[in-house]
Design a binder for this molecule. Sequence first.
Ligand code: GDP
Length: 385
Amino acid sequence: LADEDRESRPRLMLMGLRRSGKSSIQRVVFHKMTPTETLFLESTSKINKDNIHSFIDFQVWDFPGQMDFFDPTFDTTAIFGEVGALVFVIDSQDDYMEALARLHSTVVAAYRVNPNITFEVFIHKVDGLSEDYKIDTQRDIQQTTTDELADAGLENVQLAFYLTSIYDHSIFEAFSKVIQKLIPQLPTLENLLNILCANSGIEKAFLFDVISKIYIATDSSPVDSQSYEICSDMIDVIIDISSIYGRAAIGAKSQGYLEDQQDQPEDWTHQQDGHDDYEDSNGSHGHSLSQAVVSTSSRAGSLDNQPVQSGGNHEAFSVIKMGNGTVLYLREVNKYLALICLLRAETFEKQGLIDYNVHCFKEAMDQVFELKRAERTRREMEANQ
Ligand code: GDP
């Protein structure tokens, strides 16, 4: 392995038998491929490393299924040494006995080298299973795996299990939970989000990695899938619209909210038409909604991996008011992260307060990550001495 591979950034490794769905997961989550396109993916036959330069800089290692840890040329220390999370994918639609044996030997080999790895089992392709069967499958896999590890004297190894499918949001939610374990600042971020929600009447706030639509933190109120889905769809809408109409289109919505955007796509166009007038008359105002701009280089369906970028002084900002009285409020936090809040329309009447609190939140975030950078630089300097 080259030196650069040993960089001490959190590394996420994806493993599993051939055809279990690893490449599909990687493409859908990190490269915006649609689930149906994965039908034509060629099966992985070599170690395929894919560096994802998103907020967390994690790496996806796509291992072919048939790999022998007991082969002396196989350097387990190099491979597992710096892994943060090992995600093992099991095809739940197939007979999974072989996969479970593989999972067992992988956990044993990896744990020996690096007991700090978090082991994450994706019971995958559950879109094909009935509700009852899903639960039975999870119970069976969980039971067998933990029993076997206990028999091998590894009862302390923690494994987490997730039911996943690329055909819905479950794969993103599972990744969110996996990634969150790798973020040392998570408690601080959650705390900041709690403060933000409490002081602004926000019902739910997510901090999203825009590229992957993984949320890296949320306030401590319970997450219901629906709010997650709506926020993650909002990112798609913003990215799609801005790639079709450019920055102006997103700025446009600022003059009036979109009612029920899902049902009335024409509204976007309509709003866009009105935009120029608005910009002309109000464009010079300082911190006003007229600054609502999303600029993006991410094209829907493209395989490139570009973050939503802030253009100049503009930062992505968008508000969608839904027919049911809920407001979605999105604001770019930095190059990779966006804050999305769900709140009631009544609460949003005090938008000045919310804008201000979000501004404070962003400043606090900057400080958190500035500290992290300073810490890393300090450690690097110490290591070089
Ligand atoms: P790999 O060899 O582990 O990389 O597996 P692939 O990513 O090539 O996937 C094998 C097949 O499984 C492909 O035909 C995918 O379309 C399919 N697949 C992947 N994920 C899912 C899923 O969540 N549900 C279903 N039904 N099929 C999936």
